[in-house]
Design a protein around this ligand. Structure first.
Ligand SMILES: *Cc1c(COP(=O)(O)O)cnc(C)c1O
Length: 498
């Protein structure tokens, strides 16, 4: 069963948690208990396929789904039509102790596909299982990547409509094109004047606005969320932590039970949290290295125990990490305090009311045992892209570059020799402008996005990612832009509610 991080809701089944997205009274759903796998079982994963590992792990968390339902979801999501690599998350060895796990071989060229290719199937079943008769509307606030990945996943899924809000002018040109060219009768995309936090905060407010939801219900509509706060988003991300570990074991690069580090370029804290759940399930991990860009709220938090969002929001070249409120941190805090809902409530209220909260010494110490936080600036990120290409002929995207640089800081500081897996969260093509600038030391003027993709392909020796081909030839189907205050009325407009 699933419970609320704020101890303010009844227990629900997995299907209900996935359908609801977040706890209606505020808070996030987490599993009541985290299942633990034996060392033997984890060792045996090395002889299993990605889909078999997924099947085993999903079964432990989705008690109200049958084995064959899970199997169908898995095979609809992870196949070579949706992904351009048979292993789905290939592991590239950079040097003796560093491996890059490429999480961007799905349709939208960013790691969010790993979860959003399967969530719509989980949700579709959840709607049936919970007996929903209303139409389900997915509201998404996106910093760029979630939006397209969700739109692709939900496109033309019957009984579901999806409305995506993104920060207007706050995402890359490619990201904007990807979203605004989305086909499907049930997809809507709206630009919002403001940053990602404005989008996310407003969407979250709508989810906890009883009056608004009642009004929707009277019109036969129920809301759900595909944001990384949905448990159905987090769960699929646990798989590749096991899969990558198993791959190292299979290659003989690590011994059974050997601890590894994971470096995760972090925004909303979903990806890294999934890794932490894998660890709680028994995966041998030494440290999770939480990498931030100049929006380094998490770095400060892990170093001081004080989470303070009262600071300037910076636009960076790793926009998917431009986040000041990392929603999934709430889940981590709930777990690390052994399910102390009152504490979480107080901290989240503090964050809301005064813009910061501070954890106690005991909590801080527990966090620091497993998490290390650090950050990079824009200059360092560019340098690391250039150096990595010169040293290894490997082309990093900007987010992965942040991770690699932070790992560098970590090694200098700790001298830790553990084998380390870097989560690579986007294809370099997706953030081609910044990547090219780093590789060539030139800002491009008067060069179209498509000339840039071409140029990057030539320099890097990589084929253009299949999800980014021919975007410029597609018609722009979504043109709506609004102020954040107008989000509720735009939703009513779209849903044809007077
Ligand atoms: C979403 C995203 C991130 C951040 O992941 P979280 O789970 O929100 O921490 C990092 N890099 C890229 C490319 C992303 O799309």
């Amino acid at each position: 069963m699933y419970i609320s991080t704020r101890s303010n809701y009844n227990k629900v089944t997995a299907a209900e948690a996935i359908k609801l997205g977040m706890v209606p009274t505020g808070g996030l759903f987490v599993p009541e208990n985290i299942p633990v796998l034996s060392a033997e079982k984890i060792k045996n994963f090395k002889d299993k396929s990605y889909n078999d590992i997924a099947q085993e792990i999903f079964s432990l968390y989705l008690h109200d789904y049958t084995q064959s339902e899970i199997k169908e979801c898995v095979s609809k999501a992870y196949n070579t039509t949706n992904f351009d690599d048979v292993s789905f998350t290939p592991l590239v060895k950079l040097n003796d102790h560093t491996y890059i796990m490429e999480l961007w071989h799905g349709p939208t060229a960013a790691f969010k596909d790993m979860a959003l290719q399967i969530l719509p199937h989980f949700l579709s079943l959840a709607i049936k299982k919970t007996g929903v008769e209303n139409e389900v509307v997915i509201l998404v606030a996106t910093s760029g990547d979630t939006g397209k990945a969700a739109l692709e996943g939900f496109k033309d899924v019957p009984g579901i409509r999806i409305i995506t809000f993104y920060p207007y002018k706050g995402v890359s040109k490619i990201q904007e094109l990807q979203m605004n060219t989305t086909e499907g009768e049930n997809t809507y995309v709206v630009g919002v004047h403001g940053n990602f936090d404005d989008c996310q905060t407003t969407v979250k407010e709508i989810f906890s606005n009883e009056e608004f939801k009642q009004m929707l219900l009277e019109n036969g509509i129920e809301l759900s969320s595909a944001n990384s706060i949905n448990w159905g988003r987090l769960l699929p991300q646990i798989i590749y932590y096991f899969a990558s570990y198993s791959e190292l074991l299979k290659k003989g690069d690590i011994k059974e039970g050997e601890k590894v580090n994971f470096v995760v370029p972090t925004g909303n804290f979903g990806n890294i949290l999934a890794g932490w759940y894998a660890h709680k399930m028994g995966l041998p991990v030494n440290k999770f290295i939480c990498a931030s860009n100049e929006n380094k709220v998490l770095t400060d938090f892990f170093q001081t125990g004080k989470y303070d969002k009262r600071r300037e929001f910076k636009k960076t070249n790793s926009p998917s990490m431009d986040i000041l409120v990392s929603s999934n941190l709430e889940r981590f805090l709930y777990e690390i305090t052994d399910h102390d809902g009152d504490k979480i409530n107080n901290w989240m209220n503090d964050l809301n009311n005064q813009g910061y909260f501070e954890v106690d010494e005991d909590t801080k110490r527990k966090i620091q045992q497993i998490m290390y936080g650090n950050f990079t600036n824009e200059e360092q990120t560019k340098n690391v892209i250039k150096e990595t290409f010169e040293n290894y002929k490997y082309t990093l995207d900007t987010h992965t570059a942040v991770a690699l640089k932070v790992y560098d800081n970590y090694i200098k500081e700790t001298k830790d020799k553990s084998k380390t897996i870097i989560d690579s969260t986007a294809s370099p093509f997706k953030f081609n402008e910044a990547v090219l600038e780093a590789l060539t030391n030139k800002t491009r003027i008067n060069q179209s996005e498509y000339e840039s993709l071409d140029q990057l392909s030539k320099i890097s020796g990589l084929n253009l990612h299949f999800g980014l081909k021919d975007l410029d030839k597609k018609p722009i189907l979504h043109k709506k832009v609004c102020k954040k205050e107008e989000i509720p009325s735009i939703i009513k407009d779209i849903l044809n509610i007077k």
